[in-house]
Ligand binder design. Structure first.
Ligand SMILES: [Fe+2]
Length: 273
């Protein structure tokens, strides 16, 4: 059975198939939330029956997870050698997280089907005020699932671009909270002192998004530092879908990008040459 939009998304509450009519107010409030607070969180966006199917699809592939255990810097696009020791750009925090790649999932399953809904791409595009937006075509990372079991954490960092798109599939038994400080930096004021305090573990006011299974979330992470706090108890583990888009169609990620996410190339990656 092929999944249709109405099987996957609660269209009564979130009429994303009618953004110039019944969904106009929704679109406006999503744009406002992103502009004012860097986050647009839509609880129960995916129907409970559909999220259950996606949960079982992901849990069934748990042993195909690629694990990454690294110290991570907050500014992936900056060279730490250009900065003095102890500067915010040079500081790292622990990062332990797993990824299940898209090619592991059935092409007509609920997980891949929701990512491929044209109405969802259009909704994301308009929320982010983009002229063009297309699903990335990488068979591994276009849609992937982040796995966080006990002891996992996603380090503090800024994204290189705004517009991270995620779907919460399953919450951890304890911990694994998405936390962020809205608009901590911008191009005119890097605010390195505050970032250093945060990365050094000082207590600072931060926001926590109450993501729950079915939550769809758009996030502006270029100026807003963010992390996922440690999962203090797994089973169930935290499972989060990441959906990737690009302004040109059929975009493929470079080999180095795939390596940096998975720690190595996938088993099924074609041999070069
Ligand atoms: Fe991020």
């Amino acid at each position: 059975m092929a999944y249709e939009l109405k099987d996957l998304v609660d269209l009564d509450r979130y009429p994303i198939d009618d953004l110039d009519g019944a969904g106009a107010a929704l679109l406006q409030s999503c744009q406002d939330d992103l502009a004012n607070g860097a986050i647009c969180h839509l609880p129960d966006f995916v129907r409970p029956e559909a999220i259950e199917v996606i949960q079982s699809e992901a849990n069934a592939r748990r042993d195909q997870t690629y694990w990454m255990d690294v110290e991570r810097r907050a500014y992936s696009w900056r060279n730490p050698d250009d900065y003095p020791a102890g500067h915010a750009v040079t500081l790292t925090t622990p990062n332990l997280i797993g990824t299940i790649t898209q090619d592991c999932f059935p092409k007509t399953g609920a997980f891949v089907s929701i990512f491929e809904q044209q109405a969802l791409t259009d909704f994301v595009r308009r929320c982010l005020n983009r002229d063009s937006l297309f699903p990335v075509a990488c068979p591994y990372l276009a849609a992937n699932v982040k796995v966080m079991s006990q002891g996992c954490r996603h380090a503090w960092h800024f994204d290189q671009n705004d517009g991270a798109v995620t779907l919460m599939i399953q919450s951890a038994a304890e911990g694994g909270h998405f936390e962020f400080v809205p608009f901590l930096r911008d191009e005119d004021d890097e605010n390195y002192d505050e970032v250093s305090r945060l990365l050094s573990g000082e207590e600072m006011p931060m926001r926590r998004a109450p993501l729950a299974p079915g939550s769809f979330c758009l996030f502006g992470g270029r100026r807003s530092i963010h992390r996922v706090s440690e999962v203090t108890q797994g089973s169930p583990d935290r499972l989060l879908a990441v959906f990737s888009y690009h302004h040109v169609p059929e975009h493929q990620y470079r080999e180095s990008t795939i390596r940096s996410v998975l720690g190595r190339l996938p088993d099924s990656y074609p041999n070069p040459g």
